[in-house]
Design a protein around this ligand. Structure first.
Ligand code: SAH
Length: 463
């Protein structure tokens, strides 16, 4: 180990920064975040430092660095563009046993500043010991995406309750188990859902009624898995997927996405197919309730967005009635995913000011839609579940006044490696599609914007 990681309390302590440029300004910003008293020595200041000076947030000595600058200082940072000055600062500081950091010169440093992920009071620091700041930054970026911003509030909450919990539970292992449940359970989820007040109450209740069933209460996550490409999952979806005890999933949820669910989670297929249902909707609703009541964390994973043609509302209304905690995580709906991956902007100043999503689900062999609403000018129409009724839909639209030359596209397995786009006109699309082997799921987009597909198509999956 080349460096000992420490976190220094520099609140109200004086730190000297030698240098007045952009690099110095970045260091000053960091020091101010840690509530230090910052003294800057530099003949001239850059814009950022000047504003800080004007705001009275830093002291400035408009002179060349001299040894007396070090008096009363706890830490020194040298960030001038003059190597000799930096070297001198480092030497002087080391002679006085004062920790010193020199920007971009690890050999002159007695301490280095790590890349940080700041979720104060939670702080993660990454360092490569000066070997590769770039690698450090890249790793930091990855960690940044792994650690939700709401961890800051969670850490804060835990900090406030640390003493009460310590009083309540005598043994350390008891406390650890208690906190594990809090941090991995419904209380933390309340924090992530921005319900801090409720989280605080729940935490107090958990403390008061320790080892009661309260702690083992189940919950349901209704999560949108997006249209297929796993990269389109939200961070929250991924996090909940990794902490679920059991997952109920549809046919629309891609295998690659299911792979990202916690390995130990039990998988239950409740997929539906057109014309018959593998598991009836009422049964799914009931399963969610039963599993949650057993204290399970139930992940209900749905293709696209759960609230767009997903019956998500029905699935959670039973939970709401029974007072079972749940949360809904939006996903990228097929319309947004397919449109982006096919290079078809759903709205466009030249072609469409509005977009309408409808379902083309056949009911007794007919399609019931507000045809008049769908043939409005300058509007994009997106039809979910429109393949079976494709011909009827196109004919009806033309019947109600849509020009047969209106561009239309059928997107198969959008956003996946198997994506295919068939583009034609409303008049011809049914014929063109009939001659092709089509793989579900498919989405129909109708409107002038479809013209842009040829020009804006960018997604060329490697098969
Ligand atoms: N809740 C989902 C829609 C469920 S309805 C969402 O928000 O996307 C199912 C219909 O969605 C399918 O019949 C199809 O029309 C459309 N769909 C879902 N994923 C799709 C995909 N990857 N490519 C094309 N269409 C898709």
């Amino acid at each position: 180990m080349d460096f000992l990681p420490v976190f220094l309390d520099i609140k109200q302590r004086t730190v000297l920064v030698v240098g007045g440029g952009e690099v110095a300004a970045r260091k000053v910003g960091l020091l101010l975040r840690a509530q230090a008293r910052v003294r800057v020595t530099a003949p001239e200041l850059c814009q950022a430092l000047m504003s800080l000076k004007d705001a009275g947030r830093i002291e400035h000595s408009a002179a060349v660095y001299q040894v007396p600058d070090l008096v009363g200082v706890m830490l020194v940072i040298a960030a001038t563009n003059d190597e000799a000055v930096n070297r001198q600062v480092s030497l002087d500081a080391r002679q006085r046993g004062m920790p010193v950091n020199v920007a971009d010169a690890p050999e002159l440093c007695t301490f280095i500043l790590p890349s940080i992920i700041d979720r104060s009071p939670l702080m993660v620091a990454v360092s490569t010991g000066g070997a590769s700041p770039t690698l450090g930054r890249l790793l930091r970026a990855r960690l940044e995406t792994l650690i939700p911003a709401s961890y800051a509030r969670l850490a804060d909450l835990a900090g406030r309750f640390r003493e009460p919990v310590k009083k309540r539970f005598k043994s350390m292992s008891q406390r650890r188990r208690f906190w594990e449940q809090v941090i991995q359970g419904p209380i933390a989820e309340l924090v992530y859902a921005n319900k801090d007040k409720q989280a605080e109450q729940a935490l107090q209740t958990a403390i008061d009624h320790a080892d009661s069933d309260q702690l083992a209460k189940g919950e349901v996550y209704l999560v949108g898995a997006g249209p297929g490409d796993p990269d389109l999952l939200t961070f929250r979806a991924l996090r909940l997927m990794q902490q679920a005890d059991v997952v109920l999933y549809d046919r629309l949820v891609a295998a690659e996405i299911l792979d990202l669910v916690r390995r130990e989670a039990k998988r239950i297929y409740v997929g539906k197919k057109r014309a018959y249902h593998a598991v009836r909707q009422e049964e799914i609703n009931q399963m969610l309730i039963d599993l949650a009541k057993q204290g399970k964390r139930v992940l209900r994973l749905k293709g696209g967005d759960p609230f767009i043609f997903g019956r998500g509302g029905e699935e959670i209304s039973g939970l709401a009635e029974q007072g079972i905690p749940f949360q809904v995580v939006p996903g990228i709906t097929a319309a947004a995913g397919c449109a982006s991956y096919a290079g078809i902007p759903l709205t466009h100043r030249d072609y469409a000011q509005s977009v309408i999503f409808v379902t083309g689900q056949l009911q007794d062999g007919t399609v019931e839609l507000e045809w008049q609403t769908l043939v409005q000018p300058r509007q994009t129409v997106v039809v979910y579940m429109g393949l079976a009724g494709l011909e009827i839909i196109c004919n009806k639209l033309i019947e109600h006044g849509m020009p047969a030359t209106m561009p239309a596209a059928l997107i198969q397995q959008g956003t996946t490696r198997a994506q295919q786009v068939i583009s034609a006109t409303v008049g011809h699309l049914p014929q063109v599609v009939a001659q092709r082997e089509v793989h579900a799921p498919t989405l129909l987009i109708i409107g002038e914007v479809v013209r842009l597909h040829e020009r804006l198509d960018w997604f060329t999956p490697q098969r």
